[in-house]
Design a protein around this ligand. Structure first.
Ligand code: APR
Ligand code: PHB
Length: 389
């Protein structure tokens, strides 16, 4: 087989890139190692920056998001049993969209199918070759045979545990990492949201987050120690701890119910540089990971796709290669802004083992300053709704 762009990974990054490329007449093949059901079963975050909303609309996959998503013009932060609002729209002119990543992925798969996009599921042993030549190719195994795809470029959209990043020589690749000393225990419940907007709660017992998927499906998180296992958390224990950490008026009025999904995720900040080597481009989680506190994971994948799509379009349409030459530089500039913001939100909102009473007081002061300073709230809002592409 032959295509112009071989995309490794059928998550949001790979599917969105394929969709945008096809709309500009650029051929691609997506190689996904899991089954489609597996990919669509993953529970992920649910906040889209406005730039991501506009990019999904540009890709022709915004209809269900616009029909079923929730436009949020602000969010709440709380500490010491009281909350205050960050008015995204009033401070920046932009809102965010609450719409689950799983739904975005569903919509992307539907659009690729409708457009006759080529997605090869359950492709095993995917491996790029000749990335430092002008004629790379990718091999994989399926149905007992080895297959080869010759291409012009390879997009490594295969996530943190993918193969693409390992193809960049150690002498070239630089990585930057921070692992946080706690995780997030997340619960999905068929209950109405506890509040009309998200609540990020700082508490001396640990962080908590009240989010949602729709008016009948809520998503909650509490910070837990890294050595905790999901089995040791009953639903009742989860609800009791969540209610201790959020403002009393919200805790007393919220509706709880059985968890339909419960899992613990570790938190890490990670960046791999460069995001391009020869004919390989790293995109999304393959190149970077953020702690979910800033809701940046999917949104960074979208901005990477934006830069790569622009570069490939210029290459094929105009023979101009500045876009692909500068892809890594442009993508990383925005990646680091999101890494910093996600680290800042995580540092401000979580209880660190070694922070002590002084550290808790400093966090509470940081939140109090946010409440009193429009400038501080504007800075947070600009980062949360998304810096320009
Ligand atoms: N070969 C083929 N496919 C692979 C391989 C491989 N060797 N390794 C991983 N994959 C697939 C995974 O099965 C997954 O479907 O690549 C896809 C990567 O998707 P994501 O991990 O969702 O990453 P990305 O598309 O960059 O989206 C980033 O997803 O994980 C969240 O928080 C993250 O919201 C962010 C978003
Ligand atoms: C979610 O709804 O899953 C969610 C929302 C905001 C975050 C993280 C997760 O910062």
């Amino acid at each position: 087989m032959r295509t112009q762009v071989c995309i490794i990974g059928g998550g949001p990054a790979g599917l969105l890139l394929a969709q945008l490329l096809q709309r500009d007449g650029i051929e691609s093949i997506v190689l996904e190692r899991r089954s489609r059901d597996y990919v669509l079963s993953r529970i992920r975050a649910g906040v889209l920056e406005w730039g991501s909303v506009e990019k999904l609309r540009e890709a022709g996959v915004g209809a269900r998001m616009d029909a079923e998503g929730f436009v949020h013009t602000g969010t709440y932060l709380s500490a010491l049993n009281r909350g205050f609002r960050i008015d995204f729209e009033g401070l920046t002119g932009k809102p965010v969209m609450v719409y689950g990543q799983t739904e975005v992925t569903h919509d992307l798969y539907a659009a690729r199918d409708a457009a006759g996009g080529v997605i090869i599921d359950e492709a095993e042993g995917v491996h790029p070759h000749g990335l430092d030549t002008e004629a790379p190719w990718v091999t994989y195994h399926k149905d007992g045979s080895e297959h080869r795809i010759d291409c012009d470029f390879v997009a490594g959209c295969d996530g943190f545990h993918g193969v693409s990043r390992t193809c960049i020589p150690d002498s070239v690749l630089q990585t930057f990492e921070k692992v946080y000393p706690f995780g997030w225990l997340g619960v999905l419940s068929e209950t109405p949201p506890a509040h009309e907007e998200l609540i990020y709660a700082n508490h001396e017992r640990g962080f908590a987050l009240c989010s949602m998927r729709n008016m009948k499906l809520s998503r909650y998180y509490i910070q837990v120690p890294l050595d905790h296992k999901v089995e040791q958390w009953s639903d009742d224990a989860f609800w009791d701890e969540l209610r201790r950490r959020i403002p009393t008026d919200v805790a007393e009025s919220m509706v709880t119910g059985p968890s339909i999904e419960k899992s613990i995720a570790p938190l890490r900040s990670f960046v791999a540089e460069p995001m391009r080597w020869g004919r390989l481009f790293l995109v999304g989680d393959a190149a970077h990971i953020v702690p979910p506190t800033g809701a940046k994971g999917l949104n960074l994948a979208v901005s990477d796709v934006h830069y790569l799509h622009e570069g490939l379009k210029s290459h094929y349409d105009d023979g101009e290669d500045e876009g692909i030459e500068r892809y890594s530089e442009r993508a990383l500039a925005r990646v680091w802004h999101s890494e910093r913001f996600s680290w800042q939100m995580t540092s401000m909102m979580h209880r660190f083992p070694d922070q002590g009473g002084f550290g808790q007081k400093v966090q509470e002061s940081e939140l109090a300053f946010l409440e009193m300073s429009r400038a501080a709230r504007t800075a947070l809002a600009e980062n949360y709704v998304g810096l320009p592409f």
